[in-house]
Design a protein around this ligand. Structure first.
Ligand code: G1P
Length: 297
């Protein structure tokens, strides 16, 4: 029998302080990359990987995010009446099946591991995915789908992995590699945000995970880790101590850190250039800007 993953957790409780003042009233997951909110990219990726149940771990001030997933019958009717078929299709493509979405509150900001743990009763006893919507990945085959395909053979836990410059490793969860099999690596240890000279490799965890329910049990221990927070990385590393397998998948694709302003801007440019209707105007503008900058130097 093939191993299937049908539930995904989206931790979206963060305050998004790096994007203040915008995030005073707009949840950062609603901020738009070209014309789609960040969360829509995460949902589309999950759907492509066969996810059927979407669990959002939210917090105060995120009601705009919950509203985003409501159907908009008045808007649909008005577009239909005006014959705006293409826009209508775009809108419909964001509609979610009734009952497919659940919202759970994280009452205290105790870390990513805690956020995932908050969804434990909805996951119960099956493998599940975690998607961090800040990490946007442009890929021919969506990253989570690459992972679910690899997971059919491996089982265990799997994290998305990417080489980062050594001086950047301390911003990530970092893998200690047992066996490098090319795109897939077997892991023997994981460290959350290691000190500059203590990173076991420069292979960083990127925000896509396939996890076993055992990880939720590990989180029951509420062990506080890096930054005093309950870290998902530590709960996955506990699987290694229990001699269960953890893998990293070097995915094919480009990752943008939309949790940072520079990353968000880069993603905006890259996704804009990927759109047929925008690429000519945008690339001409970028060329002009670069030329002007150079001339001014
Ligand atoms: C989180 C994880 C970290 C991972 C990173 C990827 O950290 O804790 O292991 O490498 O996402 O984006 P954060 O960026 O939320 O501090």
């Amino acid at each position: 029998m093939k191993r299937r993953v049908t539930k995904a957790i989206f931790p979206v409780a963060g305050l998004g302080t790096r994007f203040l003042p915008a995030t005073k009233s707009v949840p950062k997951e609603i901020m738009t990359l070209v014309d789609r909110p960040l969360i829509q990219y995460a949902i589309d990726e999950a759907r492509a990987a066969g996810i059927k149940e979407f669990i959002f771990v939210t917090s105060r001030g995120k009601s705009a995010l919950e509203d985003y997933f409501d159907h908009a019958p008045e808007l649909e009717a008005s577009l239909r009446k005006k014959g705006k078929t293409e826009l209508l299709e775009t809108l419909k493509s964001t509609n979610m099946e009734s009952g497919a979405i659940a919202y759970i509150r994280q009452h205290k900001a105790l870390g990513l591991g805690h956020a995932v743990w908050c969804a434990r009763r909805l996951i119960a006893d099956e493998p599940f995915a975690v998607i961090l919507p800040d990490d946007v990945i442009a890929a021919e085959k969506p990253c989570l789908q690459q992972m679910t395909e690899a997971y059919e053979d491996t089982g265990g836990c799997m994290v998305a992995a990417m080489e980062v410059p050594p001086e950047k490793a301390s911003a990530y969860g970092v893998l200690d590699v047992k066996e490098d099999m090319g795109s897939l690596v077997a892991v023997k240890g994981m460290v959350e945000k290691p000190k500059a000279d203590e990173a076991p490799s420069n292979l960083a965890v990127i925000g896509r995970y396939i996890l076993t329910p055992d990880v939720l049990k590990n989180l029951n221990r509420m062990k506080s880790g890096s930054g005093g927070e309950i870290q998902l990385t530590d709960a996955i590393a506990d699987e290694l101590s229990a001699e269960r397998n953890v893998y990293g998948l070097r995915f094919r694709g480009q990752r943008f850190d939309c949790g940072s302003k520079a990353g968000f801007l880069q993603a905006t440019v890259a996704f804009g250039l990927a759109r047929d209707e925008l690429k000519t105007e945008l690339s001409e503008y970028l060329e002009q800007m670069v030329a002007q900058q150079k001339a001014a130097q």
